[in-house]
Design a binder for this molecule. Sequence first.
Ligand code: SAM
Length: 238
Amino acid sequence: MEASPNSSESECNRRGACGSHSFSGVDRRAATVSFALPPPWRSPVTVHQNIGKINVDATARWVWDTAPVMCEFLIDHAKRLLAGRSVVEVGAGTGLPGLVSARLGPSSVVLTDLPSELELLEKNVEVNVAQGKEADVTVRACAWGELDEWQGEVFDTVLCSDVLYHQPRNILKALANTLEVLCSKRSGVVVFAYHFRENLIHDAQFFEFIDELFDERARFDFGDVWMFEWVPKRGEAC
Ligand SMILES: C[S@@+](CC[C@H](N)C(=O)[O-])C[C@H]1O[C@@H](n2cnc3c(N)ncnc32)[C@H](O)[C@@H]1O
């Protein structure tokens, strides 16, 4: 069965940037979702969602409500978290935060997801990244815990938006390890957007793995979205 969009496009800013409307959640039935940046950026970042067959899991092909919150946060903290830095997004889905980041002065951006979920990401890069204007943006497979191809590659900023949804413990551990492997011990920070959905007791397992690997540098609350900044534990080798 095919799902049909009820509108062709949707805007997803929570505040300010594209008007005074308040954010009431991303429209999952829209074909595209646009995020407007404040001046001097003229054009929004517009990602395609892939509604596809409704009996097939579309988790990676929707913009989840946490993603625009992370985009606003990254705009507010771009100097500190993005300017001149190498960026990787883990579990990127449609890639909205990574694509917004690409406009905010990083040296490079890599968008990653499961090998089966890269087609839409590639399309969204093609639509949004103007050659020569934005940072270099590439798409690569990164299944959590399967990191042979990533050995020795580290990033200054690791983005992760809304990736906890009651997965088994081994997946949560693989995710925490993936963040650790990709995050530079010298200059790295993980920016992790967590959507609180009454699963905190289950998700606490993931936060325990994180506690072993990272120190919490900051936490910002935006209603039921919590934004964490984690830095590798001190005393580890560079
Ligand atoms: C709820 S979606 C969030 C997508 C996007 N970050 C957002 O906020 O809109 C979770 C994402 O994690 C990815 N994911 C789930 N399990 C994964 C795994 N084992 N390895 C890599 N990515 C995974 C999914 O494919 C999906 O893109």
